[in-house]
Design a protein around this ligand. Sequence first.
Ligand SMILES: CC(C)(COP(=O)(O)OP(=O)(O)OC[C@H]1O[C@@H](n2cnc3c(N)ncnc32)[C@H](O)[C@@H]1OP(=O)(O)O)[C@@H](O)C(=O)NCCC(=O)NCCS
Length: 262
Amino acid sequence: MRIRSARGSDKDTVLGFCKDTFLWGDYIADVWDKWNLKGGLYVLEENDSVVGVYHIDFFKKETWVEGMRVHPQHRKKGFGTKMLTHAESVTQNKVIRLIIESENHPSIKLAKSMGYEIEEKWRLCYMIPAKQESSATIATFSAQLGGIASSSTYANSWRWLPLDDEEIRNLIEQKRIIISTKEGKTMAAGIWSQSNDFPQIFQFAFVSGIEEGMLYILRYIQNMAYDLNFERIQVFIQEKISIKANFLDKGSLFYLMKKELH
Ligand SMILES: CC(C)(COP(=O)(O)OP(=O)(O)OC[C@H]1O[C@@H](n2cnc3c(N)ncnc32)[C@H](O)[C@@H]1OP(=O)(O)O)[C@@H](O)C(=O)NCCC(=O)NCCS
């Protein structure tokens, strides 16, 4: 068994065993070229055949692992564990994160067996872009959000990154934080992003909020996505935040998993 950087010539083999990973298929075919070009794409070889793949992305304060797949006929032989161990060995960062759908028990078991813990539970919801009126606004200074953030990470194109004061300042500069206020107090706040891999999808994640404020923000986001001609909006809401809106369809629950390396 060996793990090495992926080559262009591995593509057909990998896509061959990744076609039907999930009931809906898989997204590896959509991201392969981009990940391969960017680097951090690894394959696992057993007896000269490629039977595993994963991608790693290094950020300033964390390392993100994604797209791990083992050929269906080679599962439960320890290859997933080998790839995650490899990911830990090639990073200088102290924190590694990954996201797993809550029903994906093999994957959760693998992560837990290697010391990863559930940091936060995020529900994926969907909305359709629409013309809407809303009193929510783009935040212009950190204090509007800093004190009320109820999450230590935020979703940025399916990667959850640390949300600290420095990142909040950056996001404010990029006009990516939306807030809703009442009598000078912030009721809710969230951060939008555009999917790197699926540019037609607009994304939004709440980082804090009470229901009234979140509803204003959701309408603001619907309007923003409508004006920008997006087809669909993915909204991530922490499971601990409750919100009911008839224009928001609830989807799967995801576990954000984290390990601190020593
Ligand atoms: C998740 C996946 C990568 C695991 O790869 P793997 O090579 O089979 O994993 P390992 O053999 O290293 O197993 C690791 C641990 O998970 C457990 N495990 C793996 N598959 C399991 C299954 N189907 N049911 C129960 N436990 C399972 C193993 O028992 C092992 O635990 P242990 O060390 O306590 O014995 C593989 O199942 C896969 O490709 N799944 C489809 C893609 C996917 O879900 N990717 C992750 C998306 S986040």
